[in-house]
Design a protein around this ligand. Sequence first.
Ligand code: ATP
Ligand code: MG
Length: 209
Amino acid sequence: MCARIVVATTDIVAFIHSKGGVGKSTLTLFTALALVERGLTVQVLDADPQASLAHWSHAADRAGEPLAVHIGSTPSPRFLHEAVTAAREAEADVVLIDTPPGTPDVLDAAVTVIDLALVPTAASPMDIDRVWPTLDLLAGIPTAVVLNALDAREAAATVAKSTLESAGVTVADTTIPMRASVRRAFGTNPTPVPAVYRELADEIQEAVS
Ligand SMILES: Nc1ncnc2c1ncn2[C@@H]1O[C@H](COP(=O)(O)OP(=O)(O)OP(=O)(O)O)[C@@H](O)[C@H]1O
Ligand SMILES: [Mg+2]
């Protein structure tokens, strides 16, 4: 029997935060679409039993504007491992994993396969305080915090960035503003994606290369 030799590398990136509603699913999809627009082969794995991205994809299909990326459902550790292995064998360029809030089994499984963890958070002092348990969970894994859904009028992002960086935490240079168009995007194929998600995709590619 001849073993298959896989030459290309598949970068495995997950959006992770034990806190709910911080933008994991939205960032997963918009970043995936930005990478697809760049011509990369991207697989999205929806590892959240809430299935936000699977529902988004079905709604977009029903609306006649299917997403430009396939959403695979992997709501159990076994499915997640199988899907990551399949993506590697298919020589996908990038796998983006949307994880559930809390710390269920699937999150434990995700941290064993990822090359890069991205932790989305709002920028208030209370939001930053909630980030530490997730950063502890990710100890030893390349990780960056992504400041998300920022109100342009507040200066909290600068304070948050310096608080995190002074504790040795990497913070993505790209910060994502609060946008009504993003909030309304569920069930649509939001392409071309806003430039800010393309900038985040650049940073992700740089971080995993
Ligand atoms: N940049 C943004 N501007 C405005 N609204 C946003 C932005 N990013 C996310 N949202 C909104 O914030 C809410 C939470 O986002 P999302 O569902 O992506 O978070 P989540 O972390 O995946 O949540 P959960 O933990 O429940 O899975 C949604 O209503 C979404 O539309
Ligand atoms: Mg989600």
